[in-house]
Design a protein around this ligand. Structure first.
Ligand code: GLY
Length: 368
């Protein structure tokens, strides 16, 4: 107890001395030239609230926008918004109904970042918790940590009153089972077209080959928002790569990869192949490009170009025509409400809610 009080006193004293020290900080001339600091001047916000999300987030932006209109903090509002998708069993890339890992267990990743305090929270490979973004928000709000993973994240969530829930739906279990059965011809699992029985145990003479229809996703939801005060927040939540190696963590909970916020500049996020996004610090690259004056869509395309360039160093990731064999979509929301998104390939969309209502917009694409 006494030790505890001493620790508290120490923390209070050190907090005071840290604050005292920080006011005396002068940037070394080597760190930033005047011109460099000029480009990082905070953008002005024109007073409109804007919320954007990946294409699966139309309801999420509507919910987040409605919450912001009622005065909710931007981080709280977007976490509420993505909660709709986390609870949707039909979205096989996020939360409940998400495709499981190779052992048939659903493991979720999520992150939240709050621009005004520059505080972040995230969870990785968390199991049996329906709303990982809410847990990430709790990490942000109630701890001095940024990231909690695995069993620790689950226990942390339980301590905060989150209920235990089995996240594997019947549809996702069937998909996983078909993936397992068709993975290799050199194991003891029969392919569906080698069986005389359906998965439900019905005797049949022929089963259509169904390998090509097995769902597979890197899908995710990213959502970010800015309010009338120019307060920016971002959030990304996912069930990650389908049939991944247990414990694999993607880009979504990595601050600077699947999501990043700089309250002076804006927010960015990613969906798609997480490994490629992590290795390019994708979301950080987008916000930094916006800080240098690049328009949001251009900043997204710029990050994608870097990802493609990196990928050419791993030939298995590049198709015969030289294009990447995977997709990544980057999203950007500038502090002044200007937004954009870009995908490797055409036809991707992103969602927006602002004073004109909610709608889906086309993402720019790097390749035709
Ligand atoms: N972008 C989601 C993942 O790769 O896990």
């Amino acid at each position: 107890m006494e030790q505890d009080q001493n620790r508290r006193r120490f923390l209070q004293t050190s907090a005071v001395s840290v604050i005292g020290a920080s006011s005396a900080i002068a940037f070394s001339k080597h760190v930033s030239t005047h011109e460099e600091l000029e480009t990082l001047k905070p953008l002005k916000n024109d007073g409109d609230m804007v919320c954007i999300a990946s294409g699966n987030g139309l309801q999420a932006v509507e919910e987040a926008y409605a919450n912001m209109k009622e005065g909710a903090d931007t981080a709280v509002a977007i976490v509420k918004g993505v909660g709709i998708v986390e609870a949707d069993p039909n979205d096989m890339s996020v939360g409940y109904g998400g495709l499981p890992n190779e052992e048939g267990v659903v493991q979720l990743d999520a992150s939240v970042m709050h621009g005004p305090t520059h505080k972040a929270g995230s969870v990785g490979a968390i199991e049996n918790i329906l709303h990982p973004a809410q847990v990430a928000l709790k990490v942000l709000q109630t701890t001095d940590h940024v990231m909690i993973v695995g069993e620790g994240a689950y226990e942390f969530a339980r301590a905060h009153g989150f209920e235990k829930k089995d996240l594997l739906t019947e549809k996702a279990r069937q998909a996983w089972l078909r993936w397992k059965q068709t993975r290799s011809t050199r194991d003891d699992w029969l392919d569906p077209d080698q069986m005389d029985w359906t998965q439900d145990g019905e005797r049949i003479s022929h089963v259509e080959r169904i390998q090509d229809s097995i769902p597979f996703t890197y899908g995710t939801i990213h959502c970010s928002a800015v309010n009338q005060l120019g307060e920016v927040s971002g959030c990304t939540t996912t069930s990650g790569l389908s049939y991944k190696i247990p414990g694999r963590v993607g880009d979504s909970p990595i601050i600077g990869a699947g999501m990043y916020v700089d309250n002076d500049i804006g927010a960015a996020g990613a969906t798609g192949r997480g490994e490629a996004v992590i290795q390019a610090c994708g979301a950080y690259a987008v916000t930094e490009a916006m800080a240098r004056g690049m328009e949001p869509t251009q900043a997204c395309l710029n990050a994608l170009k870097k990802i493609v360039k990196n990928s050419t160093k791993q030939r298995r990731l590049i198709r015969e025509d030289g294009r990447p064999g995977f997709n990544v979509i980057m999203y950007a929301l500038r502090k002044d409400g200007i937004h954009g998104a870009a995908a490797m390939f055409p036809r991707a969309t992103y969602a927006i809610a602002d004073s004109k209502g909610s709608r889906l917009l086309k993402c720019a694409s790097l390749f035709d």
